[in-house]
Design a protein around this ligand. Structure first.
Ligand code: F6R
Length: 613
């Protein structure tokens, strides 16, 4: 993995591909490469590092005339899985005679045996990648028909792929295919753009076709012809991308992450809009496609997710159990899929995923469908694989999230889960009045976030004080415990400070041994039930000289007194506390990382959408 762009049309291809790669930079990567077709054959240029370095190299090693003559090409940003981030391992990979080039996201699991077989017939490999084995395999099957060669090769591979292939012998066509790794086709006027993500397409066209697993397509400037690997023609509908290109740009902010933190009031307004039914005191979630009777029959919820989405799912446990008396188990998706889960028709599996493409969450969805459970997807990306395969679900409507560190998706997930809990609660034990009061709480979330965002300058000052620490603990209790985990994840992933989240009461069972005057504790002291106990835990940390950064409800002097630094939060109910607290922790992590000079939007070693297991 990570990003794919391909183009065939009438315009010079190189700039289009490079700009497309830039749009995909947010996904995280360590090398980049491009192949384009000139009248004298394919030109391949690859470079370790950023797209800007690839662009520089393109100027050095290719001529303007060469670039102007090319109207077909593919490009890739690579996040290393097999082999180091080197030029040789970067994509595109080519066959020995240099006639055919391939870019690939995913993992070819049986690459070692394919490689061995091809080497025994004299093929020489130049890289350590799994992808090169597929390139040579296609080359071996090629007898003049590119589509047929790719089809035959794909029938031999095990694993996952989103690929784009071009050949010097076919200067007006490209072959693409997908299994487990997203690919979108943008249909323009006398041009077709292919990408692993619509953000590389929307500046050219809004008409897109989402390929499905098992699809292979022959792409020309007229558009795609889509088939199965057995050559049966299939029809995939054209969808219209609704968001504006500006939504995927920084809009004056220094980083996407900061922009996305600040757009949370609007993002959550969009997530909530039209979904609160004031007359019945419930939520309207039509994508769930379940009536109150069916919802009332659900006996257990299982939330499958990874990373930040898993933390949102952990908040969900408190929401569903507290509001709907519904036993809820949040499960890390990779663990869930391999534990042979016990599921039945009265269990609702909720797959939480911003991208809707996370490989482990998708596999958990498939396993749950196999086991006969009800499955719903809560995704942000419209048309994503999880959203489609789950068959029912709720979109977050938070807009594109570009920063690798997830921010607005987390708060939107918690808010959408709260609306789902309201709906399930109303089918069980919540009265209309209770439902109505919850509707009001939910409607107030965007305003509460605005109040937190006003604290940014104060949070920035506090962050500067702690920017040189090496470790930090985040502690919270009850519904705030998953938020503590999320605060620690945000800090570690963008600032590279070692940070861990704990239940407030857990520190004294071991971790407290690490505390001293250099080891701060970030304590979630919101004035909700449990606060008094957390205050006691903070005193235990103070006694070990740990500096305390407290997230404290405005005007709560009792809590302020135990803290060295205070981040003030608006008063909330229990159920909305995680959202406002998370926003303050996002800002804290952001400003610490900025003070340390970190690459905030693309932290080292991370990819935005993890489409490998
Ligand atoms: C952390 C982060 C990741 C993702 C995780 C799941 O900031 O972004 O932990 O939350 O990779 O991704 P989705 O939600 O796309 O399934």
């Amino acid at each position: 993995m990570c990003g794919i762009v391909g183009y065939v049309g009438t315009r010079p291809v190189v700039d289009i591909l490079v700009n497309g790669l830039r749009r995909l930079e947010y996904r995280g990567y360590d090398s980049a490469g491009i192949a384009f077709c000139t009248p004298t054959g394919l030109r391949i240029v690859k470079e370790v590092g950023k797209v800007a370095q690839l662009e520089k190299k393109l100027i050095e090693v290719t001529t303007e005339a060469e670039q102007a003559s090319a109207h077909l090409g593919i490009a890739h940003t690579r996040w290393a899985t097999h082999g180091l981030p080197t030029e040789a391992n970067a994509h595109p990979h080519v066959t020995r005679c240099g006639e055919l080039a391939l870019v690939h996201n995913g993992i070819i699991e049986n690459y070692a045996s394919i490689r061995k077989q091809l080497e025994s017939h004299g093929t020489v490999f130049c890289s350590q990648t799994d992808t090169e084995a597929l390139a040579h395999l296609i080359g071996a099957y090629y007898k003049g028909d590119l589509l047929a060669a790719v089809s035959q090769a794909l029938k031999k591979v095990e694993g996952t792929y989103g690929i784009a292939v071009i050949s010097a012998r076919h200067p007006k066509e490209m072959v693409v295919a997908r299994k487990g790794s997203p690919l979108v086709i943008g249909v323009g006027d006398q041009e077709t753009i292919v990408a692993s993500d619509v953000s590389a397409i929307v500046s050219h066209t809004r008409q897109v076709i989402y390929l499905q697993d098992g699809d292979i397509a022959l792409i020309t400037e007229e558009g795609p012809q889509i088939y199965t690997l057995d050559n049966a023609s299939v029809h995939r509908p054209v969808a219209i991308v609704e968001w504006e290109i500006g939504a995927a740009e920084k809009g004056g902010y220094e980083h996407f992450m900061l922009k996305e933190i600040f757009e949370q009031p609007q993002a959550l307004q969009n997530a909530i809009r039209g979904r609160l039914d004031i007359s019945l005191g419930t939520a309207i979630l039509s994508g769930l496609n379940m009536n109150p009777r069916e919802l009332a029959a659900v006996q257990r919820l299982i939330i499958v997710a990874c990373g930040t989405s898993l933390h949102a799912g952990m908040v969900g446990k408190y929401l569903f159990e507290g509001l709907a008396s519904l036993p809820t188990d949040p499960e890390q998706a990779a663990e869930f899929r391999y534990c042979n889960p016990i599921l039945g028709p009265n269990e609702l599996v909720v797959a939480l995923s911003q991208s809707g493409e996370t490989a482990d969450t998708l596999a958990a969805v498939r396993e749950s469908i196999q086991k006969g459970a009800l499955v719903a997807g809560l995704c942000n990306v419209v048309g994503s694989t999880i959203a489609r395969e789950a068959g029912r679900g709720i979109y977050l409507h938070a807009g594109p999230e570009i920063g690798v560190a997830s921010t607005k998706a987390f708060t939107a997930q918690v808010t959408v889960l709260l609306m789902l809990a309201l709906k399930l609660g109303r089918c069980r034990r919540l009265s209309r009045e209770e439902g109505l009061s919850l509707c009001q709480e939910i409607a107030a979330i965007p305003t509460l976030i605005e109040i937190v965002l006003k604290q940014a300058p104060c949070i920035e000052k506090i962050a500067a004080k702690y920017a040189t620490v090496k470790n930090a603990f985040f502690i919270g209790r009850g519904i705030l415990y998953p938020t503590a985990l999320e605060g620690a994840l945000k800090l570690k992933e963008i600032s590279y400070i070692h940070a861990e989240g704990y239940q407030a009461a857990e520190l004294k069972h071991g971790p407290i041994t690490l505390l001293d005057e250099h080891f701060p504790v970030i304590a979630l002291l919101n004035d909700i039930p449990g606060k008094e106990k957390t205050l006691g835990n903070v005193q235990e940390c103070r006694a070990r000289k740990a500096p305390i950064v407290g997230l404290v409800t405005e005007g709560d002097h009792e809590a302020e007194q135990v803290c060295d630094d205070v981040i003030s939060l608006p008063r909330t109910t229990v159920y909305t506390a995680p959202v406002v607290t998370a926003v303050a922790l996002q800002l804290f992590a952001y400003y610490v990382a900025r003070a340390r000079g970190c690459e905030i939007d693309q932290p080292r070693n991370l990819a935005k959408s993890v489409t490998v297991e």
